[in-house]
Write a protein that binds this ligand. Structure first.
Ligand code: PGA
Length: 253
């Protein structure tokens, strides 16, 4: 199980300090769950020093598709790795729509992440119109395959998928466990069809995950954790989501 917090463009040095402190203290004894926070770039140094010795991993919310050079305003995968990051969210729907990121750009970003030892957390998901037109499975498996085409070495250790239906992001309207499971099962089947080793790739669910909805999601056989936006800003709520994940894992162990 892996639970990833996406802080988006929130935080301040003062706010972060108490959040980091609480996470490091409360998640120290949850070895069965990987907890990761993806903070805004300017706070990487603060996060590295606050979480470096803790069990909480660190990630970024995006990286450049370029390796290095004259790309004003961009941050490379190597720079994120330099600050102790182990993960990079790639192709979040807010990047796809607000920054017109194409499938090839997203695939390139995932490749850059891999090249520098960051695990790409590749976000896929359908719009409400696509869902209503019965195109969900096709949309999400196409998005996964576009990235895998550029990552021949992808496997359970170095590749993560986050299924985030667009209609559930930031809306308070999470998919139910059963609804999400249906799509996760399609993604799993598509991964297995592509290569046997991809079967154990973690597929997280994202979209209005809260402590109160987490257990229903984590109970599903093909949901391996969560990508949490709004609720990750409340450190105690994020801890509760991590504990829900740990409860499922230990019950199954
Ligand atoms: P949300 O965001 O939990 O606020 O819906 C999820 C995400 O965008 O990753």
């Amino acid at each position: 199980m892996l639970v990833v917090g996406n802080w988006k463009m929130h935080g301040s040095k003062a706010e972060n300090e108490s959040r980091f402190g609480l996470l490091a203290a409360r998640l120290a004894d949850s070895p069965r769950v990987g907890a990761v926070v993806c903070v805004p770039f300017p706070y990487l140094a603060q996060a590295e020093s606050a979480l470096g010795a803790s069990s909480v991993g660190l990630g970024v919310q995006d990286i450049s598709a370029q390796a290095t050079g004259a790309y004003t305003g961009e941050v490379s995968a190597a720079m994120a790795a330099d600050f102790g990051c182990g993960y990079a969210i790639i192709g979040h729907s807010e990047r796809r729509s607000n920054h017109a990121e194409s499938a090839s750009t997203i695939a390139m970003k995932a490749k850059r992440a891999s090249e520098h030892g960051l695990v790409p957390i590749v976000c896929v998901g359908e719009t409400l119109e696509e869902r209503e037109a019965g195109r969900t499975a096709l949309v999400v498996t196409t998005q996964v395959n576009e990235v895998l085409d550029l990552l021949p070495e992808a496997g359970p250790q170095n590749f993560v998928i986050a299924y985030e239906p667009l209609w559930a992001i930031g809306t308070g309207k999470s998919a139910s466990g059963a609804e999400a499971q249906q799509v996760h099962a399609c993604i799993r089947a598509s991964l297995c069809g592509r290569a046997k080793r991809l079967k154990a790739v973690r597929v997280l669910y994202g979209g209005s995950v809260k402590a109160s909805t987490a257990a229903d999601l984590f109970r599903q056989p093909d949901i391996d954790g969560a990508l949490v936006g709004g609720a990750s800003l409340d450190a105690e709520e994020f801890v509760q989501i991590c504990l829900a994940a740990s409860g499922v894992t230990s019950a199954e162990a």
